[in-house]
Design a protein around this ligand. Structure first.
Ligand SMILES: Cc1cc2nc3c(=O)[nH]c(=O)nc-3n(C[C@H](O)[C@H](O)[C@H](O)COP(=O)(O)OP(=O)(O)OC[C@H]3O[C@@H](n4cnc5c(N)ncnc54)[C@H](O)[C@@H]3O)c2cc1C
Length: 398
């Protein structure tokens, strides 16, 4: 293998380049990225970077010295527009084409827009550093009233950051209990209570019907409020849409790869031909324990997958299977939430230490008499111990 093209110059793409080198590959590595930036970290975008307490350099995933070791040929500010896997051809938006013996799909995803809100001034989504800079500009101009649509982790983190900036914040959540489809009602409610503790208004069961706007310049409109399906109107100067992401697979249309809510791969992240692998938020891999295709949208997952994908790419067939640790964290208000394993809302939640009232606790998720996940709020020490000792690793499907 002489050339590997990695499409997507973010966490998954960079970790793959690093794994290629550490697993002994000494050929050419081309890293193609639609954003003009070198690989940077997204978690601070909703936290310290948005608050203005971390600067741009703090986001960088590479130290200047790393470049010599990695020896990567960057193609930044260029989008991949088509993949021909049989011939290892990647067509780029600048009209050029790349020929590669191996292709890594690491294109992550884009923030999911709320239909009817695109192009309205004051309405934001948050996925990139440029999104974060635009949002920060508006949050720090005067004292805008902020409405956040969606009480998932990113919505909750932005709400928390807005409160540290002293802003008036309302979070709208369509579910009766935020996060309940993942964590179950009891732990979802424990997360939801953090909003009220810190002066954020959380409205659950709230469906957005549309925006109220005023004319803004000759052609545009600016948001003044959010209308709910029950007829209520919430005044807003800034709105963040935090309703998830859409995997970036449009460039794979016509490639012959199986695409649908991500790129389908086998349990070793191989996407059909043995010369194409996928990693990170875009990879929808066959779970080794259930055989079902699953996708994760977490930092640790993108990092962990790179080693497996590279081993299989270099071997020319699947020699390693991906078994995720399922580690996720979120910093909101005064707490750090940590999850490891694979919780389901139907699992029994058993409190090991602390209580939801104290906002400091560790709980396990029990299924068929075994611990399948650990959840902690502000108790990293016990969380890490249980994470190492208690969680059952998924067994390969028969
Ligand atoms: C605001 C925010 C906060 C987060 N906080 C946490 C957290 O606290 N904890 C946690 O576990 N996870 C967090 N995450 C999730 C974590 O950042 C992602 O799981 C991780 O970034 C996934 O990396 P990736 O490389 O797979 O995809 P991405 O980071 O999405 O990168 C994909 C890259 O590919 C590029 N691309 C897309 N299409 C093309 C194309 N056709 N051609 C070329 N380039 C293309 C994109 O522009 C992008 O740069 C957060 C995410 C966000 C957005």
């Amino acid at each position: 293998m002489r050339t590997v093209a990695i499409v997507g110059a973010s966490l998954g793409g960079l970790r793959t380049a690093q794994e290629l080198r550490s697993q002994g590959y000494d050929g050419r590595v081309v890293l193609v990225g639609e954003e003009a930036h070198r690989p940077y970290d997204r978690p601070p975008l909703s936290k310290a970077f948005l608050a203005g307490t971390a600067d741009r350099e703090a986001l960088d995933l590479l130290e200047p010295d790393d470049d010599r070791e990695l020896d990567v040929d960057y193609r930044l500010g260029v989008r991949a527009e088509h993949l021909d896997p049989a011939n290892g051809r990647v067509l780029l938006s600048d009209g050029s084409e790349l020929l590669a013996d191996g292709v890594v799909i690491a294109t992550g995803g884009r923030a999911r827009p709320l239909p009817g809100t695109e192009g309205v001034a004051g309405v934001h989504t948050l996925r990139t550093v440029d999104d974060a800079l635009r949002l920060r500009d508006e949050l720090t101009s005067g004292s805008p009233r902020v409405v956040i649509v969606g009480a998932g982790f990113i919505g909750a983190e932005v709400a928390s950051t807005c409160r540290t900036l002293g802003l008036d914040v309302t979070v709208l959540e369509a579910l009766e209990t935020p996060l309940a489809p993942i964590l179950g009602a009891e732990l979802g409610a424990a997360c939801a209570r953090l909003h009220g503790d810190h002066g954020t208004r959380l409205l659950c069961g709230a469906t957005v019907d549309g925006l109220n706007t005023v004319a803004d310049g000759p052609h545009g409109v600016r948001v003044t409020g959010v209308r709910l399906a029950n007829g209520d109107e919430i005044p807003a100067d800034v709105v963040l849409i935090g309703i998830g992401m859409i995997p970036a697979t449009e460039w794979l249309a016509g490639s012959g790869l199986t695409v649908g809510n991500g790129v389908h791969t086998d349990s070793g992240l191989v996407a059909g031909p043995s010369t194409v692998v996928a990693v990170g938020d875009v990879a929808r891999y066959a779970s080794v324990s259930t055989g079902r295709h699953v996708r994760h949208e977490h930092w640790t997952n993108a990092s962990e997958q790179a080693g497996v994908a590279v081993a299989n790419l270099l071997a020319g067939h699947t020699v390693r299977h991906y078994v995720p640790s399922g580690y996720v964290w979120s910093d909101q208000y005064s707490v750090t939430i940590q999850i490891a394993g694979h919780p389901a809302p139907s699992d029994e939640v058993v409190f090991v230490e602390g209580s939801t009232e104290a906002r400091t606790f560790v709980a396990t998720f029990q299924r068929d008499g075994e611990t399948v996940a650990v959840f902690a709020m502000n108790n990293a020490k016990l969380f890490n111990r249980l994470r190492r000792q208690a969680i059952r690793r998924p067994a390969p499907a028969a």
